[in-house]
Design a binder for this molecule. Structure first.
Ligand SMILES: *Cc1c(COP(=O)(O)O)cnc(C)c1O
Length: 421
């Protein structure tokens, strides 16, 4: 007899929890896909997605997942044999590099390991060494969902500028958009990709490619471009079918319309603050459970400044992470993420890692509920841990500044709805 019956909670880093409002918005007949309301809907999505990315430049939407967006970027940016520099901070940067290599792009990687963010000084040095300016683009994840590393995008931009190098800056925000602060235009980002199923709270199936005008112009002659991935018609559609290179993803569009309204209602600063506090609650619980190394429980990243605000990677040694995941799903209705890229799959060590997502449609009671269920599971399974994890998380939640207060403090930060496009 299990305590899992009730509303299940999928606390994995994508797909994230879909709001009832989003699901209900999708529960309707398909519209005319040739003309009429769908044209207004498509144009409105483009306009409002740009507000979430804080950009006024180009956006193409694809019917695909995150992996497809790597291919979308690679095919529009490069000609065969041109060079990409990838900053490796976990499995997702590796994935982008692998896709590029397999498409005939020359890929250089600076590997920062699994426990630190990309170092701007090393990027600057690598670009200074590239005196012939062979590197066409630098790719990095804003947050690597495997390690939960968060990279400092403005600092990486400054490093490119300090080196006087023309390389484009491409950022994978699939795990961070609408979770943590990201400002495409202010931060000088040239290429940014996102997907529907994480901070945007919509089912998997849509990918978003944001591109600066500079990058658009610089990549006009990329010869890896193929008809489906070509960004041209998606940026400048004359007919509604050109937005998606074929039939519109009608129901995803309805869901996305609703989620963008929800994002505008809450406001980006409040969303960023909510994610920051919920992530700190998760960290506080793990720190209490690990009790300064007394127990074999630890966050992947020692430095809070490089930790993601949408997912937390952690270790519970001796295979207990995997056991705890199993218990939570069977006995408590909570599914946590598996460890990814931290150990060879199939080895004993791979069972020592897990990830707790706190991205998108997630609030205080969901995070406290997941943490409380984890603590119960540790008791049930006899996993040795420090006391006070849930209490420490509750203290963090208690100190959160309410949204009215947040808005007063952050008057310089535009609300999604206030950003002109
Ligand atoms: C989830 C994710 C991807 C891959 O997305 P899929 O939809 O699973 O293909 C790529 N990059 C990052 C940073 C992600 O979090």
């Amino acid at each position: 007899m299990s305590l899992a019956h009730g509303r299940p909670y999928l606390a994995i880093p994508g797909p994230s929890v879909m709001p009832d409002r989003v699901l209900q918005a999708m529960h309707r007949a398909a519209p005319n896909i040739y003309e009429g309301d769908i044209e207004v809907l498509a144009a409105g999505l483009v306009r409002d997605l740009k507000k979430v990315a804080l950009t006024t430049q180009h956006l193409g939407i694809y019917i695909t997942n995150g992996h497809g967006m790597w291919e979308a970027v690679n095919s529009n940016v490069f000609s065969r044999g041109e060079t990409a520099l990838v900053l490796g901070t976990g499995r997702f940067a590796d994935g982008w590099a692998d896709f590029a290599r397999r498409m005939g792009i020359h890929v250089e990687v600076i590997d920062f390991g699994l426990r630190s963010a990309a170092d701007p000084a090393r990027l600057e040095a690598a670009l200074r060494a590239d005196t012939g300016h062979k590197i066409k683009a630098v790719f990095v994840t804003h947050m690597d969902t495997a390690t939960s590393v968060r990279n400092d995008i403005p600092a990486l931009r400054r490093a490119i500028d300090a080196a006087g190098h023309p390389a484009l800056l491409g950022v994978d925000c699939i795990a961070s958009l609408a979770c943590d602060e990201f400002r495409m235009d202010d931060w000088g980002v040239d290429i940014m990709i996102a997907a529907s199923q994480k901070g945007l709270m919509v089912p998997p199936g849509l990918g978003f490619l944001f591109v600066s005008d500079k990058a658009y112009k610089q990549c006009q002659n990329a010869d890896l471009r193929t008809p489906y991935w070509d960004w041209e018609a998606r940026f400048f559609p004359d007919y509604v079918y050109q937005y998606f290179c074929g039939t519109s993803p009608t129901h995803h569009m309805f869901g996305l319309r609703e989620s963008l309204d929800m994002i505008a209602e809450e406001g980006l600063p409040a969303i960023w603050a909510r994610h920051a506090t919920l992530s700190r609650a998760v960290w506080a619980a793990f720190e209490a459970w690990g009790d300064h190394g007394r127990y074999d429980i630890a966050l992947n990243l020692a430095d809070p400044a490089v930790r993601s605000h949408s997912v937390t990677a952690a270790r519970i040694g001796n295979g207990q992470a995997q056991r705890l995941r199993g218990w939570l799903e069977a006995e408590a209705g909570v599914t946590l993420g598996i460890g990814l890229g931290m150990a060879e799959p199939g080895t004993k060590e791979a069972d020592d890692f897990l990830r707790v997502a706190h991205m998108g449609h997630v609030n205080a009671h969901m995070t406290l509920g997941a943490l409380g269920a984890m603590e119960a599971g540790m008791h049930a399974l006899g996993i040795a841990h420090g006391a006070g994890g849930l209490g420490a998380a509750a203290q963090v939640i208690a100190q959160h500044k309410g949204s009215a207060h947040t808005k007063m403090q952050d008057t310089s930060v535009p609300k999604a709805a206030d950003v002109p496009v």
